[in-house]
Design a binder for this molecule. Structure first.
Ligand code: IPD
Length: 268
């Protein structure tokens, strides 16, 4: 079925709302078993798995030919050229979820031929929603988003996050120790998808992180880009595991230069 980005977004929003309701209900009632993944602090709850299964089921019922890449169960199927692949983080901000901190989200994006064309992020604790379609702008509650108007790095409130791997964290710590003297302040809220939405609406001036997975940034990255931010890796590389920088055009060069310098040691 060939669908427009708008049609895909409509499905994404509907499915993500149901997913957010499940996440929230399980948080209120019982989050179920908590297991660890890549490290002792990288957790997955029964809710992450239940929400992913629910979304996969809902999408399969509605669009059986599509693929789904989810954080917990990986790729559901090979995706033919021209077909849609949904990219899902059932609960982004799982550690917040575990602690009951109201900063966790369902992130769902539709990708076609390697390009994200629609995306929604819902803060499941508060119900706040951010959406975007490629070329159609980024939106929250009927308001079109356009990022921060700040132009200098020393006035910028910059969001970031850390992976679960200890070596990567040590590297991230060294970058941050030097960046903190060059910016207004740093924020680490704990859900990359929401951080990107906060940058899209200008509640953060910019955001960067090393080590993200596609499900963390597929929807939020489109929302930030459609709000007019530059979303990219270092030195023109696409945003990805190595680095994602999201900043309005006026701030991007300074933040990029600082990160390129401070990240130069590479790090895992
Ligand atoms: C994590 C969060 C966190 C970011 C990590 C992600 P998860 O996702 O987005 O803010 O710093 O890099 O792995 O594990 O909660 O889905």
């Amino acid at each position: 079925v060939v669908s427009t980005p708008g049609e895909l977004l409509e499905i994404a929003v509907r499915v993500a709302r149901e997913a957010a309701a499940t996440a929230r209900r399980m948080r209120d009632e019982a989050i179920g078993d908590v297991e660890t993944k890549s490290t002792d602090t990288d957790v997955v709850t029964a809710a992450d798995k239940a929400v992913e299964r629910q979304v996969v089921r809902a999408l399969a019922a509605e669009r059986p030919g599509d693929g789904v890449l989810g954080e917990e169960y990986g790729d559901s199927a090979e995706v033919a050229p021209g077909a849609v692949r949904w990219i899902l983080d059932p609960i982004d901000g799982t550690v917040n979820y575990l602690y009951g901190l109201p900063q966790y989200a369902v992130s769902l994006a539709a990708e076609r031929d390697g390009e994200v064309i629609a995306g929604v992020v819902i803060n499941a604790a508060t119900g706040d929603e951010w959406t975007a379609t490629r070329g159609g702008g980024a939106w929250r509650a009927g308001r079109r988003l356009s990022g921060s108007v700040r132009t200098t790095l020393d006035q910028a409130l910059v969001g970031t996050g850390f992976g679960y791997d200890a070596r990567r964290r040590a590297h991230q710590g060294t970058v941050l120790a030097r960046l903190i003297t060059r910016v207004r302040d740093i924020r680490r809220f704990g859900a990359a998808a929401l951080d990107l939405c906060l940058a899209a609406e200008g509640s953060l001036d910019a955001y960067f992180e090393k080590g993200l997975n596609l499900w963390d940034h597929a929807a939020g990255g489109l929302i930030a880009a459609e709000a007019g931010l530059i979303v990219s890796g270092l030195d023109g590389a696409p945003a990805g595991r190595d680095m994602l920088v999201a900043a309005p055009p006026a701030l991007f060069p300074a933040l990029h230069a600082a990160l390129a310098e401070l990240d130069a040691a590479g790090g895992p």
